[in-house]
Design a protein around this ligand. Structure first.
Ligand code: DP6
Length: 366
């Protein structure tokens, strides 16, 4: 796929100031993307559930730039306050997009973004944030130029753009579930963008729960970007990439047939493998905490004693995601309240579900 397009330029004097606004969710990987190469390409395919509650709400305001410059003119406000670090990161991102969207240097931008989850929750916002911004960009393209022939074409491009911002973000543009990475037997799959696999989900997964235990709200000591980089020297890397490929294929089968036991086995092994890769990197590091392990042990005991299909996964951090079908929501919620909140910072957890993907919102007054 080559989205390079030198003809996407505007006549500045004809551009009326305007804005687009999108809400886009986070996602939780069932088989993890860990390791990349080239221009944000994954070393292995991954598959995720798109969430519902954990989301970013992003408004992209634009106006004609008085004088076209070489760089991009952009300011980013997080929760109403100018954020210099995100401004710089987003300027670099827009700069990288210039071959695809040359008009980005003809306009000036004000981006206003906020997250539905508390700042300090220790929850990564890059998937929701970058996918919301990518949705704003394709929406802006269709306003300034031509409308996309259909939603699928627009989402493809949004996924491609989101990937360039943050790999996992490319899966958030689809509701239900998405696969990123070229996979045998999955038509249309690509390393460059994610594809929608929601129509392959067994009904039990359509409204699956993901309750996120906030074991620690502190910022991670090693970023995902640095973690991906350390895979280059990891002695288990090649074996891991092969395993992840096979597991993504198997996970798709399991998502279709609804085998919750196999689903859970793969899910938990993926979480533990991800963290084992961090521990076996050079330098070695650890993002799980003692309370992560205590909560894992309690979840396994609960499963043994009740037979309920409650399984966990982890992102690149200490917080435990608990995945389960709606049919056992009552006993699981009581279990969390009675036995797991004790392991959480400030006794907090976020209740989330599989969701429908990004949505366009009304723009509010500047
Ligand atoms: C453990 O997408 O945050 O959550 O591409 O450098 O922005 P960058 O990394 P990022 O990595 C996510 C890693 C993961 C697994 C996953 O979501 O697949």
């Amino acid at each position: 796929m080559d989205y390079t397009n030198p003809s996407l330029t505007v006549i500045s004097s004809q551009v009326q100031a305007g804005a687009v606004r999108w809400r886009s969710p986070s996602n939780i990987a069932l088989v993890k993307y860990w390791g990349k190469h080239g221009d944000q390409l994954p070393q292995n395919p991954s598959v995720s559930f798109t969430l519902s509650g954990a989301a970013s709400d992003t408004t992209l305001r634009y106006s004609a730039r008085k004088e076209a410059g070489e760089g991009v003119a952009l300011e980013l406000y997080l929760d109403g306050a100018l954020n210099p670090a995100f401004t710089e990161r987003t300027q670099k991102y827009f700069q990288r997009l210039l071959p695809i969207y040359p008009f980005l240097k003809q306009l000036s931008f004000r981006i206003e973004t906020s997250n539905s989850f508390p700042h300090s929750a220790g929850i990564a916002s890059s998937a929701s944030g970058m996918s919301a911004l990518a949705m704003c960009l394709v929406d802006l393209e269709s306003k300034l130029f031509e409308a996309f022939p259909d939603d699928a074409t627009m989402l493809h491009k949004a996924s491609y753009l989101a990937r360039l911002g943050s790999g996992s973000a490319c899966r958030s543009v689809y509701g239900g579930a998405a696969v990123w990475g070229k996979l045998n037997g999955l038509e249309g799959s690509s390393d460059e963008f994610a594809v929608d696999v929601a129509d392959r989900l067994h009904p039990t997964f359509a409204d699956y729960h993901d309750d996120i235990l906030l074991i620690s709200k502190s910022e991670k000591s090693v970023s995902s970007r640095a973690g991906h980089g350390l895979m280059d020297g990891n002695p288990y890397a090649e074996a891991r990439y092969g395993q992840a490929r096979r597991r993504t294929e198997e996970m798709l089968t399991v998502l279709k047939n609804g085998d919750l036991e196999r689903f859970g086995e793969l899910l938990e092994s993926e979480a533990l493998t991800l963290h084992a890769l961090m521990m076996s990197s050079h330098p070695s590091y650890m993002l799980i905490e003692p309370n992560t392990l205590k909560a894992i042990q309690a979840v396994r005991l609960f499963r043994e004693q009740t037979g309920h299909p409650l399984y966990f996964t982890l992102d690149a951090g200490p917080n435990l995601h608990l995945l389960y079908p709606d049919s056992i929501a009552d006993p699981v919620k009581s279990f969390i309240r009675e036995h797991l909140l004790y392991f959480c910072e400030d006794k907090m957890y976020l209740a989330d579900r599989v969701g429908k993907g990004p949505e366009a919102l009304e723009v509010s007054e500047a």
